[in-house]
Design a binder for this molecule. Structure first.
Ligand code: NAD
Length: 289
């Protein structure tokens, strides 16, 4: 299959390489020359614009920084430019409203399109083990599925257009909340005289157990290997957690959903990011307690 891939950054670079490995002809474009060079080394054919890459493609995949860029790239270079009948897949994390708007515009022009944001970071993008949460019609989902399966370990249909983004931000809002809760519990346990490993041994098999504790423990030396063991380098950057929490707060407001804990988590990550910690893994927020 000829697949145009737009946005070959930290995530998109590895995803495009996995499409090549699966036997697809990948037509790549990015604004960065460095990203284009790396894509070429990985077996992609590079183009001078998103429009040129999308021309003659059976499918277009985008992995871009935000909703404004996604809207711009689709309305300028993809919708009306990609061949009739091409399937369009946006894997970026963006706001639900923009995802729904862009899909509606694509459908007006006769394309099928899904929003398919991912869970899993750069390592999962490189390894082809991402989880995709997909919004769109059943027919669009069925067409997108084999393409996504070449880049991930799980592909889940979340319902109508935009529901992939909705699932992503609700999940990440919960992640931000339980990370902060986990940090608080470990710090308080310590102040009360409990050894962190002992608290872990108890809580990880009790009702406080959660992913931030057992897969990503914010306390160095406790639980499986995680960014805290590497001075909070690598992992899921605080700036990206904040991006998702901002999207979640925007969506909560538009849906009139009460999210008092989500709001508090967003405010705490705003402060932590504002203090120059955007590049640290999000579990580093334990340092503020
Ligand atoms: P990135 O900044 O590394 O990559 C984005 C790429 O898009 C860059 O190479 C940039 O040059 C390119 N780009 C920007 N505007 C463009 C345009 N108009 N045309 C073509 N290319 C353009 O970001 P990333 O970490 O790869 O993240 C991409 C998306 O994936 C974001 O929406 C992010 O929220 C989401 N995401 C990231 C992670 C992660 O761990 N990095 C995890 C899950 C989801």
């Amino acid at each position: 299959m000829k697949i145009a891939f737009i946005g070959l950054g930290n995530m998109g670079g590895g995803m495009a390489a996995n499409l090549v490995k699966a036997g697809h002809e990948v037509r790549a474009f990015d604004l960065s020359d460095e990203a284009l060079e790396a894509a070429e080394e990985n077996g992609c054919t590079t183009f001078g614009s998103a429009r040129d890459a999308a021309e003659h493609a059976d499918a277009v995949v985008t992995m871009l920084p935000n909703g404004a860029i996604v809207r711009d790239v689709y309305t300028t270079d993809i919708i009306g430019q990609a061949p009739e009948g091409a399937i369009l897949l946006d894997c970026s994390t963006i706001d639900v409203a923009t995802a729904r708007d862009v899909i509606a515009l694509a459908e007006e022009d006769g394309y099928e399109m899904v929003d398919a944001p991912v869970s899993g970071g750069i390592a999962a993008a490189n390894a082809g083990t991402l989880t995709f949460m997909v919004g769109g019609t059943q027919s669009a989902f069925e067409r997108a599925r084999p393409i996504l399966e070449a880049m991930g370990k799980a592909v889940i249909h979340a319902g109508q257009a935009g529901n992939g983004q909705a699932a992503k931000i609700c999940n990440n809002m919960l992640l931000g909340i339980h990370m902060i809760g986990t940090c608080e519990a470990f710090r308080m346990a310590e102040k009360l005289g409990l050894d962190p490993q002992t608290f872990y041994d108890i809580s990880s098999v009790s009702s406080g157990q959660n992913w931030s504790m057992t897969s990503y423990c914010p306390v160095p030396g406790v639980g499986p290997q995680s960014p805290s063991d590497n001075d909070y380098q690598g992992g899921f950057a605080t700036a990206l957690m904040l991006k998702d929490l901002r999207l979640a707060m925007e969506a909560a407001e538009s849906a009139d959903a009460a999210v008092p804990m989500g709001q508090r988590a967003a405010a705490l990550y705003e402060d932590f990011n504002g203090a120059g910690n955007g590049g640290l893994d999000f579990s580093a927020i334990i340092k503020t307690l």
